[in-house]
Design a protein around this ligand. Sequence first.
Ligand SMILES: N[C@@H](CCC(=O)N[C@@H](CS)C(=O)NCC(=O)O)C(=O)O
Length: 223
Amino acid sequence: MLKIIGHHLCPYVQRVVILMLEKDIAYQRIDIDLDNKPEWLLQYSPTAKVPLMITADDKVLFESQVICEYLDEISVGSLQPLDSFEKARHKAWGEFGTQMLNLIAKTIYQDSDKAAFEHSIQRLKQQLSIVEGEHSGGNYFSGKVFHLTDAIYASLFRYFSLLQKIVNSQILAQMPKLSVWQQHLSERKSVQAAVPSEYETQLIAFISNKPSYLAQRLSADTA
Ligand SMILES: N[C@@H](CCC(=O)N[C@@H](CS)C(=O)NCC(=O)O)C(=O)O
């Protein structure tokens, strides 16, 4: 069976899992400890990152977007627009979402004081307001149909409930289209099933031992 090597909280793993659930692709998920990586990981992937896909006949792919596009291509139907320009436009906005994941990572791992953290949140809001201008206003990015781009943003939006507790305001305030989108994504079965039921508690535990302002705040709030 197709194997996905992952991590229980990784947003890049989530987009692959969401796609497989949406497309009914059978898979076995093996979550690893990224602080204590198995030695075989580097034999399979030059980046030693998750997700990693290993097929039944031992073919290997790394990079979440590449895995998603491959799985989308070999299975029935498509989670990408059929029109070439629309497909490319979706990929561009998906990449924009991925860059926002890098901002979230910065708050988790790097921003060591309040000012740096707040600056990252400000940049995040600015970038989200650009997406607000591009969004269709429907349930999903381009209307009624769920695409791979929606899976990318679903894994980004998942961080917001935690961040909002720290900044004490709604990340998507004054972004009505994104607020509706976030709500629809959070209700989608594939999106819910891509993470453990204890996701938020586990995310807090994961962040709490990192050297960041966010970690200090979370530790103080849960003490
Ligand atoms: N560009 C990669 C990013 C994957 C990635 O950064 N995964 C993180 C976990 S969320 C990881 O494996 N980190 C381990 C490390 O950097 O050593 C992708 O899209 O697959």
